[in-house]
Design a protein around this ligand. Structure first.
Ligand SMILES: Cc1cc2nc3c(=O)[nH]c(=O)nc-3n(C[C@H](O)[C@H](O)[C@H](O)COP(=O)(O)OP(=O)(O)OC[C@H]3O[C@@H](n4cnc5c(N)ncnc54)[C@H](O)[C@@H]3O)c2cc1C
Length: 194
């Protein structure tokens, strides 16, 4: 069996296959008072606080994935020739590259600003949620366009871009799905829905 097929058999998930994932269930667990982390009955709020920091790291992960996918695309279209010229010389393709790079820079600026809100002691939940949602969406959009620019090669495991495509989806799911991020943003602007 080839290594890619072997890897498929060994993993239970679409992407981030180097990271192990398993469900943990706790039932009727008694925790001694000395082992309590934080305050009793405050667990949910404490975990939300942690989420705000984690969301920044996931926004950075999404931006890194998008940046890597863009670089893969630029490398490929600058080398591959079709119809007598480099794929990168087509204006339609060049426009896509410009759009992808702009999304990445906008996302990077947004998550830096969200990170700064924490560093400066003015933690802005809505800004953090915006960064997480936008950078995650960028990862999915850019990876998809970058794979498309590889044509059929993009579908084969021979090229890294297939891995970027598989890995990007999780950033729209964990540490708050994109829908939950939008709830956080809308609640900050409108108050909680009645
Ligand atoms: C690879 C991987 C690693 C993970 N790692 C961790 C980890 O380390 N720690 C951890 O605690 N969890 C982890 N998770 C779990 C992950 O955080 C959850 O899967 C995620 O938060 C979504 O929760 P759910 O799967 O229960 O989706 P659900 O809550 O069942 O939601 C399903 C869909 O419905 C939407 N939805 C739900 N409620 C609403 C609503 N009110 N309005 C609009 N849409 C809504 C969601 O956005 C989603 O699209 C991991 C998951 C994966 C796949």
């Amino acid at each position: 069996m080839n290594p890619a097929a072997e890897a498929n058999k060994l993993t239970n998930k679409l992407g981030i296959r180097a990271s192990d994932t398993a469900e943990l269930a706790f039932k009727d667990v008694r925790v001694p008072a000395a082992n309590l982390i934080g305050k009793e009955q405050e667990g949910f709020n404490q975990i939300l606080d942690l989420f705000n920091r984690e969301r920044i790291t996931v926004a950075a992960q999404g931006t890194g994935l998008a940046q890597g996918a863009l670089e893969q695309a630029i490398r490929h279209i600058s080398q591959r020739e079709q119809f007598g010229r480099k794929i990168s010389s087509n204006q339609a393709v060049r426009f896509k590259i410009a759009e992808m790079a702009t999304l990445i820079e906008a996302g990077r600026a947004l998550y830096y600003r969200a990170a700064w809100s924490i560093d400066s002691g003015q933690e802005d939940h809505a800004l953090i949620a915006m960064a997480k949602w936008f950078c995650a969406q960028n990862a999915v959009t850019v990876a998809q366009e970058a794979l498309q620019m590889h044509g059929g090669y993009g579908f084969l495991n021979e090229y890294d871009i297939a891995r970027f495509y598989r890995d990007c989806k999780i950033v729209e799911i964990y540490e708050g799905t994109k829908e939950i991020e939008k709830i956080v943003i809308a609640n900050a602007l409108l108050g909680k829905a009645k």
